[in-house]
Design a protein around this ligand. Structure first.
Ligand code: HMG
Ligand code: MG
Length: 302
């Protein structure tokens, strides 16, 4: 398999990034962040979640944010939907794709969505059918493919098992998530091999949190297998409220810098992206987690 010439990045910062912020972020700031990301050339943005506001209060303004978007043609706007209640609310806001999210580990499934893996699939099946009936694509997030905050190691067979269940209910696209950022390149490749037992290479993506600083290496390991779709987070925002201590996804800026350095197209303008990262970092009152953004900002000042 050769390294792809073009990569599609989904920026999950507005959702995966901001869901972990304890101080409320206003809907207008979230909307402005999405606008800045699309201005930077992002063609896929995960905007928000239609989950219980008791579980994740930060995403309670989901419909308000979706309604205020000035959409660009060619950009895919996706949202998380854990159940039919979430899907019904989401469909009113016209997402291009919805995301059901399962876990390769039982313990994380229980902590994150309050049900077993088998129960989650029972819940997702009507969500997938209703989304398809409405003409909306479905992505399946597979959490804890490289390790679980409660169970520790998660073997590739568990990933294959979840991928098979997702495929059976009609999820057309699966992403291998390293929720707590513990994976290393060979293990990431094993998790993709397990997923590829059920999905084609064009139907899989990588979603790597960078807690242990492995996410860029893991991205390269996946690229070497031909994977060309990745979730990243502007300024490296984020984490999951049900995976304590896990940091954000790998910074979009860092991945874009690496890809452009390898001659791989993304359609993203790195300088405009760095400005988007600065916008949200200023708003949150802390420096960006992107190493590339920090280096560019020093150079700009000089
Ligand atoms: P539950 O308590 O078992 O659900 O939660 P329930 O059906 O018993 O409902 C309880 C209450 O929630 C009811 O309200 C429902 O109406 C309401 P009440 O009668 O008590 O007033 N409710 C909802 N409200 C709004 N929207 C909904 C919804 N569903 C129920 N969709 C549930 C089950 C799945 C809802 C809950 O566990 C939940 O919301 N979990 C979401 C957790 C979450 O958002 N985690 C972070 C995102 S996943 C992630 O970050 C990982 C990822 O990035 C990949 C990776 O890195 O691993 C994707
Ligand atoms: Mg995540």
């Amino acid at each position: 398999m050769t390294i792809p010439a073009r990569v599609l990045i989904t920026d999950v910062g507005p959702r995966d990034g901001l869901q972990n912020e304890s101080a409320p972020v206003s809907a207008s700031v979230k909307v402005e962040l999405v606008h800045r990301l699309q201005a930077a050339g992002l063609a896929s943005i995960e905007v928000t979640s239609f989950v219980s506001p008791k579980w994740v209060p930060q995403m309670a303004d989901n419909a308000e944010v979706m309604a205020a978007l000035q959409r660009r043609s060619g950009v895919r706007y996706s949202v998380l939907t854990p159940n039919l209640k979430g899907l019904e609310a989401a469909l009113l806001t016209r997402p291009d794709a919805v995301v059901v999210f399962g876990s390769a580990s039982e313990a994380f499934s229980l902590k994150n969505i309050n049900c077993s893996i088998a129960e989650s699939i029972e819940r997702f099946a009507p969500v997938v059918a209703a989304a398809h009936a409405a003409g909306v694509a479905v992505r399946g997030a597979m959490s804890c493919c490289l390790g679980c905050p409660y169970e520790g190691d998660v073997p590739p067979d568990r990933v294959a098992y979840l991928a098979g269940l997702m495929k059976d209910i009609g999820v057309e696209h699966a992403y291998v998530a390293d929720t707590i950022g513990v994976g290393t390149p060979r293990r990431v490749q094993a998790a993709f091999e397990a997923t590829l037992r059920h999905y084609a290479i064009d139907q899989v993506a990588g979603h790597f949190h960078d807690t242990y600083g492995q996410a860029l290496s893991n991205t390269l390991a996946a690229l070497e297998m031909g994977v060309w779709q990745f979730d990243t987070s502007v300024a490296g925002l984020g984490g999951c409220p049900y995976a304590k201590g896990a940091t954000g996804n790998v910074a979009t800026e860092d991945v874009v810098y690496m890809l452009h350095g390898m001659g791989i197209e993304t359609g993203i303008d790195l300088n405009t992206l760095i400005d988007a990262g600065q916008y949200i970092s200023h708003h949150l009152g802390r420096p960006t987690s992107s190493r590339v953004a920090r280096a560019f900002l020093v150079r700009r000042q000089a």
